[in-house]
Each structure stands twice: as structure tokens, then as C-alpha cells.
Write a protein of this length. Structure first.
Length: 168
């Protein structure tokens, strides 16, 4: 399926990478698997101390969640583009990964994480919101966990490496 863009070029849907390519980077896959195994199998099992499983979640989350945010955002934009194209419309939606999108996703992830780690009210609000969405969770305030924020640049670099492979 082809469509004409605002600048007059023709984009072919089949030639555009999936809007989730950042999640397919090997480091992102490792972070995703680590987060899933840790949160669903290791936490509370007694195989590892609680402080270690907590740190594993924090570290892998700082890599995974910004990339998940960009993938979800770009997938929604991609779907909206398909719907609009079906009606002969071009809204000029940009569903490709961009550095500014990565920066915003990293900033949002860091801000929410920091708020949860230093504020009982923020932690409670997050747990309540996730529970309302069908994702029961627990959150602990622990300012020492803020060291995990140092991995946000890794997430940015993973995403940036996928930008280089996109069709302009």
C-alpha cells in the first residue's frame, strides 16, 4: 500500500520498519526477559534476596520502559495513519522513531520512577492506576534505587541505534 506524503514523496507501507524495532534490539530483549523472569518468577521465590530482585527490576526497567513507550506511541500513530489512509486522508503522522521521542520517553520514565522512589503518595497512585488497568503491582519507596536512572542513556542509545536503520 503506497501513500503520498506532505513533501510529495511516496511511502510504501511494506518498506517502513515496524514501529517496534527498538524493542527488538538484543539489549532490549534481554532487559524485557530479565524484567519478566525477575518479576514473575524470582521475586518472592526465595531464590534471590529481595533487595537483589528489586534492583534487577529497576535496572532492567530503565532500559525497557522508555523503548516500550516509544513503541506504543509509534504503533498508535501507525494505526492512525492506516485508518486515515483507508479514508484517503494523510494527516502527516510521523510514526518513525525520533531522538526527541526517545528523549521524552526517557524523561517521562525517569520522572515517574523518581517520584515513585521518593514519594509514598506517588507510589500509591501508581499502584492504584496499574491495578485499575488490570496490572496488580507493588511499589516501595527507596531513594537508593535512584541509581538505576544512570541506565536511561543506555535506553536512549539503543533506540538511537534503530533510528540509523530507518528509511528517511
Amino acid at each position: 500500500m503506497a501513500r503520498k506524503t506532505r513533501d510529495g514523496t511516496v511511502a510504501t507501507w511494506g518498506a517502513i520498519p515496524l514501529p517496534v524495532s527498538e524493542l527488538l534490539h538484543p539489549a532490549a530483549v534481554v532487559a524485557m526477559i530479565t524484567l519478566g523472569v525477575n518479576d514473575h518468577l524470582l521475586k518472592g521465590s526465595g531464590l534471590l534476596p529481595g533487595w537483589l530482585t528489586g534492583k534487577l527490576s529497576d535496572l532492567s526497567g530503565m532500559i525497557f520502559f522508555p523503548l516500550l513507550l516509544t513503541a506504543l506511541t509509534d504503533t498508535a500513530l501507525f494505526a492512525a495513519s492506516l485508518v486515515l489512509a483507508a479514508f484517503g486522508r494523510d494527516a502527516g503522522l510521523d510514526f518513525r522513531l525520533r531522538k526527541w521521542k526517545l528523549a521524552v520517553a526517557c524523561a517521562l520514565t525517569g520522572a515517574v520512577f523518581a517520584a515513585i522512589k521518593v514519594s509514598h503518595a506517588a507510589a500509591g497512585a501508581c499502584v492504584d492506576a496499574l491495578g485499575a488497568l488490570g496490572f496488580p503491582s507493588h511499589a516501595w519507596c527507596d531513594p537508593t534505587d535512584l541509581t538505576a536512572l544512570a541506565l536511561l542513556p543506555v535506553s536512549f542509545l539503543i533506540g538511537a541505534s534503530r533510528i540509523e536503520r530507518q528509511i528517511p
